[in-house]
Design a protein around this ligand. Structure first.
Ligand SMILES: C[S@@+](CC[C@H](N)C(=O)[O-])C[C@H]1O[C@@H](n2cnc3c(N)ncnc32)[C@H](O)[C@@H]1O
Length: 272
């Protein structure tokens, strides 16, 4: 079943905008050095095993993962993005499915499950728990989970409307300067409306929070988490965190590190 909460509707609207669809359709590179490091870290361990690519969007990660295994299936719950992914990757198994309900897949069936580019943050807290439970169920014992998630102590969490209150970037080229000015004139009212409307969903919990995010002109509402709280939630499901990378570089992070400049984490956890 495909869920349709308020948060789902807000986020799906942002991902299916003209600009987002074009970005998702064209993207093929790792989002950041941390993602590249995480994939390099698990590559040899999951090579040749069945892989599940969750929230595949337009298919940015298809080639990356199929280079590791041809036993590959991708899912996403946004019909427009499933269509783009199928068009970009004919012959690849890409299905419309909600990560909260993976009943189409048997227990212990995948060597790796990946949910990239903070896709898991897009659902509410109950949805997130359901997704992680499903991941723990469909992973084989010893299988690996790789996902990224926004850092509650990072810069994105602290962003507010001032991000859009800025003078246009100067350029000696009058056309470029005009474009930069027009962009601010268009973006500011849109960001303001979204910020005010979506901030009503902001909530604080112990170790995580729901909050409107500046991406897509404050057009998405996501979960931010703390590293320790996320590790605990995984451990409760029998998923042992092995490594955490940040988005900034390929260094492994520990709970004692200063993560105030890290936008999001990449978690690698193993089913025990
Ligand atoms: C930020 S986009 C990332 C897309 C792609 N993974 C990439 O890196 O380019 C998040 C994706 O997760 C998908 N998604 C979010 N929640 C989902 C859910 N509960 N089930 C399936 N897909 C979901 C969205 O439809 C969207 O395509």
């Amino acid at each position: 079943m495909i869920a349709d909460t308020v948060q789902d509707r807000i986020n799906r609207k942002a991902w299916t905008s003209w600009g987002a669809r074009h970005w998702f359709a064209a993207a093929v590179e790792p989002t950041d050095p941390g993602e590249a490091a995480a994939i390099a870290r698990i590559a040899d361990q999951v090579r040749g095993t069945p892989l599940l690519d969750v929230g595949v969007g337009g298919g940015r990660t298809v080639q990356m993962l199929r280079a590791l295994s041809n036993d590959y299936v991708a899912i996403d719950y946004t019909p427009e993005l499933v269509e783009i992914c199928q068009r970009n990757h004919p012959g690849v198994a890409v299905h419309r499915m909600d990560a909260r309900d993976l009943s189409a897949f048997a227990d212990n069936s995948f060597g790796m499950v990946m949910f990239s580019f903070n896709g898991i943050d897009a659902v509410d807290a109950d949805g997130r728990s359901a997704i992680l439970r499903e991941f723990a169920r469909v992973l084989r014992p010893g299988g690996l989970l790789l996902f990224s998630t926004h850092n509650k102590r990072g810069p994105s969490y602290r962003e507010n409307l001032t991000r859009f209150l800025q003078l246009p970037k100067w350029s000696p080229n009058p056309l470029r300067l005009g474009f930069n000015t027009a962009r601010i004139i268009v973006n500011l009212p849109l960001a303001t409306i979204n910020y005010l409307r979506h901030s009503r969903l902001n909530r604080e919990y112990d170790g995580y929070a729901v909050r409107v995010c500046a991406a897509h002109k404050f057009g998405i509402v996501i979960i931010y988490t703390e590293m320790a709280a996320q590790k605990r939630a995984l451990a409760n499901l029998g998923l042992q965190t092995e490594v955490v990378f940040g988005n900034l570089d390929a260094r492994e992070l520990s709970e004692d590190d200063d993560v105030s400049q890290v936008y999001w984490f990449h978690f690698i956890a193993r089913k025990t």
